[in-house]
Design a protein around this ligand. Structure first.
Ligand SMILES: Cc1cc2nc3c(=O)[nH]c(=O)nc-3n(C[C@H](O)[C@H](O)[C@H](O)COP(=O)(O)O)c2cc1C
Length: 241
């Protein structure tokens, strides 16, 4: 089962109905990936979505993982930082949402704040290099929390226009430091997150979701698409030969 946001975690804490919901969808040996789950308050940007960065959340997730395991299901937690797709009302101390380069989200997109009303996204601020190790550690801590909550593994959410995708794609990443420019530099934060999460929980229960072709909120990168097209073509040629 693919990760599906359901907005059933008031105050970021999973509610008991989530145990019923996931249990209904679990099958013996079937892999269920949880809805995207925030690694930190800074990573939050949607109403009533769950987190996994404090003990109250970990405790609440235990009922959900137990319900999936009771049906024999395998349950991974998808770890999420929305980056710029947020609003000061979600941020610690009411600060601006964070992003690779401080570029605005295109007009027409709105964010529903904790007060339940839609607002335009404010222009985010660019992350300092010195802040990135803290975000990497937030992923590693959330991965460890997921295992403590009873999940069988974690999937890092590197897709669909959120923080890691924002770093990976040049329309949102125009940095000139070690995290921008070349494909290797744009992928650096994703690789650091994967290494830290692997160190925390082991690489055999770690996954990464990428979406090279999506352009949610106009976040896209033609060079990534061309590189993948070329490799797909080479793989097809290899299969033919
Ligand atoms: C309501 C809804 C919520 C979603 N939530 C997430 C999510 O939390 N994380 C994620 O990676 N993808 C999310 N997706 C994308 C789905 O996982 C999936 O990729 C998408 O629905 C396309 O799959 P399909 O071709 O089977 O419809 C969501 C999609 C929908 C419709």
């Amino acid at each position: 089962m693919a990760p599906l946001t359901r907005n059933r975690a008031p105050g970021t804490v999973p509610m008991p109905a989530m145990a019923t919901y996931y249990s209904q969808r679990a099958t013996a040996g079937g892999l269920v990936i949880s809805e995207a789950t925030c690694i930190s308050q800074q990573g939050q940007g949607y109403l009533n979505v769950p987190g996994i960065h404090c003990q109250e959340q970990v405790q609440a997730w235990r009922q959900v993982t137990a319900a999936v395991h009771a049906k024999g299901g395998i349950f991974f937690c998808q770890l999420w930082h929305v980056g710029s797709v947020s609003h000061p009302d979600y941020q610690p101390d009411g600060g601006l949402p964070v992003s690779p380069s401080g570029l605005p989200i295109p007009e027409g997109f709105t964010v529903v704040t904790p007060k339940g009303r839609p607002f335009p996204h404010p222009t985010p601020r660019a992350l300092e290099v010195a802040e990135l190790p803290g975000i990497v550690q937030d992923y590693a801590r959330a991965a460890a929390n997921a295992i403590a909550a009873g999940f069988d593994g974690v999937e890092i959410h590197g897709a669909n226009g959120y923080l890691l995708d924002q770093f990976w794609k040049d329309s949102s990443n125009q940095r000139t430091d070690a995290y921008g420019g070349s494909t290797e530099n744009k992928a650096r934060l994703i690789l650091e997150v994967m290494e830290a999460a692997a160190a925390a929980i082991g690489q055999d229960r770690l996954a990464l979701r990428l979406s090279p072709y999506t352009d949610n909120r106009s976040i896209r990168d033609d060079s990534i698409q061309r590189a993948i097209d070329k490799n797909v073509w080479l793989v097809q040629l290899g299969l033919l030969l």
